[in-house]
Design a protein around this ligand. Structure first.
Ligand SMILES: [Zn+2]
Length: 495
């Protein structure tokens, strides 16, 4: 590895994140990453990857080898993405150009999911879903070409499959993880089935046997609780949740809250770590409602993690590393919204409220969906499953996991490139362990403990140097297993 590589990688990351931030925040009309890749694309060529691999094997100290391993993972990800960049643009352009004419309106493709989610008439939901599926089908030939190209790029780096390359790069055995995570399906099967049946019966006026993904989304809207989660309180709730941990967000110079309303600003909150830890932006366009608060606290967790990363951390540990680590911190803050005591104190929600149970069913369905996705994606990325058989396998796994109908059309569009699903699952599992640990040490109201805040800051200072598994070991919680998460999901739905 060249000595200058980490600094050059940091310059790339900064420039890349800033471009995304400006687009997502509505400051730039178009997302133009071409200049970023013109300038930094050479960092992800074969020679650089080989040099990083050499350093990961034979670097001087353990830390040097870990640094090289993390940078190699990031470089390989960029290398694979560069193989399909043109096809990605074709798909994005096609989708952006598509519309559906409906009841005198012209609905853009990208608005269909949220339109369907908010539609109370089941027959309209299903008709709009069918039209959306047809649009997705229209680009599936390009998606198939993209999939093949990526797999070929992985093989040209010497791996037998994309799955094998990802396993090597991230140090995770995805086949073993799939088997271990599958316990989530069996352990929550009965309670999820019962909770789902009563939810669908009560809230979406369709038969459970016919219920689709769209009916489930509709049933899980929580619209009747919107009043308890008004848009104008979002900045205060963000401030207060961290104030309890002894963190004064108002005094943080390195973490900005971008609240300005701009016409093309992304409605979903997101965190942009432009420079870690000096320039982190939490971008929010407050619209209110439970889901918006969920995203705010999730992204707030990311922002504090990046913002408290030690200024002396190596670039690889500030900007690369195990993605499950950052997701764990984000989930930890997000799931305060599933805590009875927190909901009562921050939002005056009664513990007997239906909201908590609905939110628990939603979490269980999302976790189960990710297990289904991991099972499907592991088979596809390892090459055991052919592209021709993918739609049937996708439907089988996703329907088995979520217990609602899924369309064949989404087998290639609802697909992660690099097993991010696995990182979410590992983070969900670790979050439960960390949360229980905090409760034991600092009490049930751990979020109002300065000592808990001090411990979190100590952990956040290490950035992403430690993998989720290493954090679990460090706190005496490891190895990460899925049974406590299954118990937590079951308890949530029973409460
Ligand atoms: Zn996240």
């Amino acid at each position: 590895m060249r000595n200058e590589y980490p600094d050059e990688f940091e310059a790339f990351s900064e420039s890349h994140t800033r471009t995304w931030y400006r687009f997502g925040a509505g400051l730039d009309r178009a997302l133009d990453l071409a200049p970023v890749y013109d300038r930094f694309g050479h960092l992800f060529g074969r020679d650089e990857i080989a040099a990083l691999g050499e350093a990961a094997e034979n670097g001087f100290g353990e830390l040097d080898r870990k640094e090289a391993r993390y940078l190699r993972a990031a470089a390989i990800e960029e290398h694979l993405s560069s193989a399909t960049r043109e096809l990605d643009e074709i798909i994005a352009d096609r989708d952006a150009a598509e519309t559906v004419a409906w009841e005198g309106e012209t609905l853009p493709f990208h608005s269909l999911r949220s339109r369907i989610r908010n539609e109370s008439r089941p027959e309209v939901r299903s008709e709009l879903a069918r039209r959306r599926e047809r649009i997705v089908e229209g680009s599936n030939d390009v998606r198939a070409e993209r999939f093949d190209k990526r797999a070929a790029a992985a093989r040209s780096l010497g791996a037998v499959s994309t799955a094998a390359l990802c396993s090597d790069v991230y140090g995770i055995d995805y086949t073993a993880l799939r088997d271990r995570a599958s316990v989530l399906l069996s352990e929550t099967e009965a309670s999820y089935a019962a909770a789902l049946a009563s939810l669908v019966r009560k809230r979406s006026t369709v038969d459970i046997g016919d219920a689709t993904r769209e009916d489930l989304l509709y049933a899980l809207r929580f619209a009747e609780f919107d009043e308890a989660f008004p848009a104008h309180r979002m900045p205060m709730v963000y401030r207060d949740v961290f104030a309890g941990l002894g963190i004064k967000t108002g005094a943080q110079r390195n973490i900005r809250l971008d609240l300005e309303d701009r016409p093309s600003k992304n409605p979903r909150p997101f965190c942009a770590p432009i420079r870690v830890p000096d320039d982190v932006v939490l971008v929010v366009r407050p619209s209110g409602g439970y889901a918006d608060y969920t995203a705010l606290l999730h992204e707030g967790g990311h922002a504090q993690h990046f913002g408290f990363t030690s200024p002396g951390a190596r670039v690889a540990f500030a900007r690369a590393g195990d993605r499950a680590t950052s997701e764990t911190w984000a989930f930890l803050v997000q799931y305060l919204l599933l805590d009875d005591r927190y909901l009562r104190e921050a939002f005056h929600i009664d513990p007997s409220s239906e909201l908590r149970r609905l939110a628990a069913i939603e979490k269980c369905s999302v976790v189960r969906r990710h297990v289904g996705k991991l099972r499907y994606e592991e088979a596809l990325h390892s090459g055991r499953l052919s592209l021709g058989s993918a739609p049937a396998a996708y439907v089988e796994e996703l329907e088995g996991a979520t217990m609602v109908r899924y369309p064949r059309s989404d087998a290639l569009s609802d697909l992660d490139d690099g097993f991010y699903v696995a990182d979410y699952l590992r983070a969900w599992a670790l979050e439960v362990l960390v949360r229980e640990h905090l409760k034991t040490r600092f009490g049930n109201r751990w979020w109002s403990s300065r000592a808990a805040g001090a411990l979190l800051r100590e952990l956040w200072a290490t950035g992403s140097e430690y993998s989720a598994d290493e954090i679990a070991a460090e706190l005496g919680l490891g190895p990460i297993c899925f049974e406590p998460l299954a118990d937590d999901l079951r308890r949530g739905m029973a409460a």
